[in-house]
Design a protein around this ligand. Sequence first.
Ligand code: 5GP
Length: 198
Amino acid sequence: MQVLSLESGATNKEHPSPGKLIIFTGPSGVGKGTLMRSLLQRHPELYYSVSVTTRLPRPGEIDGKEYYFISRSKFEQLVQNNEFLEWAEFAGNCYGTPREPVERQIREGKLVVLEIELEGARQIRATFPGTLSIFILPPSFQELEKRIRNRGNDSEQAITRRLARAQEEINAADEFDIRIVNDDFETALKSIEAALFQ
Ligand code: 5GP
């Protein structure tokens, strides 16, 4: 297996400093997606890793943009072929980070952003110690439940599973390098920028 160095070193032309992995984790409904979209718009130099999932697309989601939507058997095949940097099951579906594009971007010196759930974040932290891990918290659990319900496109069963998992994830927030509360959107975005660029 290829060993990937994620420590940033001195930069020179022959050996540009390797990039870095940044992971964003936080409960379903906390607003990670919206924060990510604004962050990427404001910093086009960041590379966002599009994940693979067995979940069905939500209305408006485009294959190859939000996710690569694939079948479970195809997903299992990719796992067998070691094509994921990490993967996990979440609320009945599988999600994984394609290995090759991320490794390539890191070698090219990019900051690579992953938006992944807790188990995947743990796998990445264990494999790549230089990773910056950021956890996005809701202002309160009540507020989170309201946001998940207002999204209105998940079944009651899916909502219940997501709420249970949300509580587990929030309990693990202390494992992360940085915790940011998404109460006021602009403030949260500025805190993320400060963590990434200062
Ligand atoms: P959703 O179905 O709401 O889009 O995503 C459900 C959860 O899966 C979210 O917490 C999201 O961050 C996480 N997720 C998305 N892509 C990946 C991935 O590639 N790996 C892992 N481990 N989690 C992912």
